[in-house]
Design a protein around this ligand. Structure first.
Ligand SMILES: NC(=O)C1=CN([C@@H]2O[C@H](COP(=O)(O)OP(=O)(O)OC[C@H]3O[C@@H](n4cnc5c(N)ncnc54)[C@H](O)[C@@H]3O)[C@@H](O)[C@H]2O)C=CC1
Ligand SMILES: O=C1O[C@H](COP(=O)(O)O)[C@@H](O)[C@H](O)[C@H]1O
Length: 300
């Protein structure tokens, strides 16, 4: 991808995992409604490439998408408990503004951060907790209808439909990534659901790198590492994108400690970068462990 890549929600957990893995590989444009501290910005990204704007601001988005080759759209309210007014504004209206601006500008590829919560309703009482264990063979593969388990999941299903519409109407390549549970350095501790859908930082960077490099039409894939506990199939991500995850939550104990024999070398060592080239003279890493979204649910 020679043209710039716009990353919305750049200051958040997923955005930072992507930038720490791919910071040197693309000509980035970074958009967030919060100004980005230097520690969150890869070398070479100038002030002119940084946009402080709300994704519902149509004019700002038209400016940000001009001449870009691809968009990775992460900005939104990530809380499964988010109130309707917040997901309506940030996740549905905001996503529509970003997708429309990209499609009308002729952007080639669009990667949308959907969620496991778009299909959380399939985790029925009779299926759980066995569903989250290696011996269970129940699978979701991305071809199933959305079945949200909360209003946040509804907003993600709406984003997937918006992507289908903008693909069909404008020919923009769209991939909806139903991200599982991103955590740094180890899977979610003592949490079976989290370990079934863990996405490591390096697999996250690798997956979105594939979204930028592969050719596709409209896809829905699961964004998880190659976890023994998984009940999401990653075959479509492998076939359509060339995704080849390195990590597996089974390489860690339930408490999150690495097992002695786990494979630490993967992807030829790529994406393992956990810092920007010049981190040595930067403020401490501010990659947030918690959502980078206002804690006050009334602050939509
Ligand atoms: N972290 C995870 O495990 C998962 C994340 N996701 C999705 O991935 C995306 C990123 O999630 P995280 O990085 O974890 O969230 P985060 O809360 O850490 O980061 C979101 C970023 O978007 C920005 N933002 C929020 N609303 C905005 C708006 N209206 N205009 C401009 N910027 C706005 C925030 O300032 C923040 O920097 C979200 O769409 C979330 O729903 C989906 C599944 C799992
Ligand atoms: O969409 C998301 O899902 C993950 C995992 O969900 P959880 O209910 O098992 O925590 C969540 O951690 C993340 O914040 C959210 O954006």
């Amino acid at each position: 991808m020679d043209e710039p890549v716009l990353l919305t929600g750049a200051g958040g957990r997923v955005g930072q995992a992507i930038l720490r893995g791919l910071g040197d590989d693309y000509d980035w444009r970074l958009l967030d409604r919060e100004p980005l501290p230097a520690a969150k910005v890869p070398d070479g990204v100038t002030d002119a490439d940084r946009y402080v704007a709300d994704i519902t601001d149509e004019r700002a988005l038209r400016e940000a998408v001009a001449d870009v080759g691809a968009v990775i759209h992460l900005a939104g309210d990530p809380r499964k408990t988010a109130p309707w007014d917040s997901v309506l504004r940030n996740n549905i209206d905001g996503t529509q503004v970003v997708m429309r601006a990209a499609a009308e500008a002729g952007v080639e590829k669009f990667a949308f951060a959907s969620s496991n919560h778009a299909v959380g309703g399939y985790e029925t009482e009779d299926r759980t907790p066995d569903l989250y264990r290696p011996e269970n063979d129940y699978r979701l593969d991305g071809s199933e209808l959305p079945r949200p388990g909360n209003l946040y999941g509804v907003s993600k299903a709406a984003g997937e439909s918006l992507g289908r519409f903008y693909h069909d109407e404008f020919g923009m390549s769209v991939v909806c990534v139903r991200i599982g549970n991103l955590t740094k350095d180890h899977p979610p501790r003592e949490y079976e659901r989290g370990q079934a859908m863990w996405l490591s930082h390096r697999d996250c960077a690798h997956l979105f790198d594939r979204c930028l490099r592969a050719d596709y039409g409209y896809e829905v894939v699961y964004g998880i590492s190659n976890n023994d506990r998984r009940y999401y199939s990653i075959e479509r991500a492998r076939e359509a994108l060339g995704y080849d995850p390195a990590d597996n939550s089974a390489d860690y104990t339930f408490e999150g400690k690495p097992k002695p024999d786990r494979d630490t070398e993967t992807n030829g060592g790529r994406y393992a970068a956990d810092s920007f080239a010049s981190d040595a003279d930067r403020p401490a890493d501010e990659s947030p462990a918690e959502p980078n979204f206002p804690a006050d649910p009334d602050d939509a």
